[in-house]
Design a binder for this molecule. Structure first.
Ligand SMILES: [Ca+2]
Ligand SMILES: [Ca+2]
Length: 132
């Protein structure tokens, strides 16, 4: 029964043009980067491939990029692939970390587009909310 309700809700979401919830935390579920969301981007020069979060996350295999042009999730992971971020968290900065090098990168919740520096570009394994 619960499965049936879930499938019906999912179908409704898809009809409404809202991305399917394929990952654990996708912010508000809309393609636009909205207030409260930490918005990650695959490319430094384009917002086409994105993933949005309300909370901290360890990426692992849990998150893949959402293609805002073709409206579906791609197969390639966010893990070790983030190149830009817009932080619209209401209270916190966001800190990215690469386990391999130990490098971190902290981004203020200033609503601006930030390209990842070389030290962490395409290397981040997680992000946490800091300075709240
Ligand atoms: Ca969103
Ligand atoms: Ca890494």
């Amino acid at each position: 029964m619960q499965t049936r309700v879930f499938v019906a809700a999912l179908a409704l979401l898809m009809v409404a043009g809202v991305p399917a919830l394929a990952n654990h935390d996708n912010g508000d579920g809309y393609e636009s980067c909205n207030r409260g969301e930490i918005c990650l981007y695959d490319l430094a020069s384009s917002s086409r491939y994105t993933n949005h979060f309300y909370w901290g996350a360890v990426y692992g295999t849990h998150y893949t990029w959402y293609d805002t042009v073709h409206n579906h999730y791609e197969s390639w992971p966010v893990d070790d692939d983030m190149s830009a971020v817009v932080n619209k968290d209401t209270t916190c900065d966001v800190r990215f970390q690469d386990w391999g090098t130990g490098n971190t990168w902290t981004v203020a919740n200033d609503y601006y587009w930030h390209e990842a520096p070389n030290s962490i570009n395409q290397r981040a394994d997680l992000h946490t909310r800091v300075n709240c």
